[in-house]
Write a protein that binds this ligand. Structure first.
Ligand code: GLU
Length: 467
């Protein structure tokens, strides 16, 4: 069993490609097969090294490790030439000297007859070359009969050979075309299962005919349906992030994205959350639905949150440090990052959000949230804040348990509910009305910053009273 992922490096690794890669990868892993990565970079104008890197980076981030490759088609031109020559030698391919004008006329006539424009094979017979025309090479497609694609996802799909014309396999400059390179590679690489997007379904009968002409064993095909945006149109940038790496930037966990992608078009009872091992165990490409699926960003966000809550805190700590770094924060200049993770992991849907809501732990904020300040930093809060400041200043053992007791004591002394002390204190220290428990919050912020920020809040209240 051998599967492959064969992206063309003309852009980033997108959601659809990642799902196809995942399905191929799972199929290989499930059956103890091998997963091959092949970079289809023969389109020299559109392929870029940058895009190759983006694809490799995306695969690595997702953890879709390949057993062989990456192979580059541009390294294999000699081999393609050899196969084209083989087809020529066997009389299964021929040079076509048709001029542009001739081809245009052929197309116009077909249109007039309301037929699909197709090459009529006239150069099969015409053997003489033409001055000034560099020929292309065409494959002699069978002229009758059918090609049946027994697709694992789509079921039996029947194509009439008379609908397929003689495919160009080499351009006039001698370079091979897409269908030829795919066929040679799938053959040489011993691919047993071709799992790819269903935008390639129409290429499949042509590829099967070529494989048969070469005497190659046919792979089994599985054409994965497209992913649509919520408006029913093909998923694109208009629908938000479509690049895998953008999800990393936005603070998603790779496991959450994989989990989301595996469920897109496939299900296993009501189960929503699958570990990688469970995916390998339960996924079967023939259970993928034949219809397009709709991408739902909210569901992905929800899954991401589930993964953040359930993940090993040290894993989250690793990701959080990266996102704090992006905010210009050195996580070493602060409390133990594991404490930050434990305090915040149920409070954020993405790691970016977790970094943002943790900023106050590392640096003083500029402004208070307006509504929070209006509600909580009022003259009535002055006495509780002053008492808290005094009590806190005397604390030597800055632990959550000690701090909790202190807030409780001050509230009791003032004969108010704990919230009347804790909320002004929270806004003073965090700048907002939401944060982890006040004891944990104070502990994370540390003593110096806590006292400094209470002083600032007291100034704010005094000024407000004076105005
Ligand atoms: N290179 C093709 C693409 O990126 C995929 C070809 C294939 O999977 O057969 O669309």
């Amino acid at each position: 069993m051998r599967t492959r992922f064969a992206p063309s490096p003309t852009g980033y690794l997108h959601i659809g490609g990642a799902r196809t890669a995942l399905y191929s990868w799972l199929h290989a892993r499930k059956h103890g097969g091998r997963f091959v990565l092949r970079i289809e970079d023969t389109d020299l104008e559109r392929s870029t090294a940058e895009s190759v890197n983006a694809i490799l980076e995306g695969m690595t981030w997702l953890g879709l490790e390949y057993d062989e490759g990456p192979f580059y088609q541009t390294d294999r031109f000699a081999r393609y030439k050899e196969v084209i020559q083989q087809l020529m030698d066997k009389g299964l391919a021929y040079r076509c000297y048709c001029t542009r004008e001739e081809l245009d006329a052929m197309r116009e006539e077909a249109m007039k007859r309301k037929e699909k424009p197709r090459y009529d094979g006239r150069c099969r017979m015409r053997n003489e070359s033409r001055e000034g025309v560099e020929p292309v090479i065409r494959f002699k497609n069978p002229t009758d009969g059918v090609v049946v694609v027994d697709d694992l996802i789509k079921g039996k799909v029947v194509f009439q050979n008379r609908e397929l014309d003689d495919l160009i396999i080499a351009r006039s400059d001698g370079t091979p075309t897409y269908n030829l390179t795919v066929v040679v590679d799938d053959w040489d690489m011993g691919i047993t299962h071709v799992i790819r997007g269903d935008d390639h379904l129409n290429n499949t009968p042509r590829q099967i005919n070529l494989l048969q002409a070469l005497g190659a064993e046919l792979p089994i095909y599985a054409h994965v349906p497209m992913i649509l945006g919520e408006d029913g149109k093909r998923l694109s940038k208009r629908h938000g992030a479509v690049s895998v790496m953008q999800y990393r930037e936005e603070g998603y966990l790779p496991e959450a994205l994989l989990n989301y992608l595996v469920r897109l078009g496939w299900s296993c009872g009501d189960q929503e959350i699958f570990s990688i091992d469970e995916m390998i165990e339960k996924f079967d490409v023939s259970d993928v639905g034949g219809a397009a699926s709709t991408f739902n960003p909210e569901k992905l966000l929800w899954l991401n949150q589930q993964y953040i809550i359930a993940a090993e805190p040290s894993v989250i700590a690793h990701h959080l440090s990266i996102h704090l770094g992006k905010l210009g924060i050195d996580p070493c200049d602060g409390p133990d990052i594991m404490d930050v993770v434990m305090a915040q992991k149920e409070r954020a849907q993405t790691l970016v959000e977790m970094a943002q809501i943790s900023e106050f732990i590392y640096r003083d904020f500029e402004n208070y949230d307006e509504a929070a300040a209006k509600k909580h930093l009022r003259p009535v809060a002055q006495a509780p804040l002053e008492q808290m400041r005094e009590a806190l200043a005397a604390v030597e053992d800055w632990r959550p348990e000690v701090l909790h007791q202190l807030v409780k004591d001050v509230a009791e002394a003032l004969d108010v509910k704990m919230g009347k002390v804790a909320q002004p204190l929270r806004v003073a220290v965090v700048g907002r009305a939401a944060s982890p428990g006040i004891d944990v919050t104070l502990h994370l912020v540390g003593k110096d910053a806590t006292l400094r920020r209470i002083d600032k809040a007291l100034d704010f209240i005094r000024q407000r009273a004076a105005n």
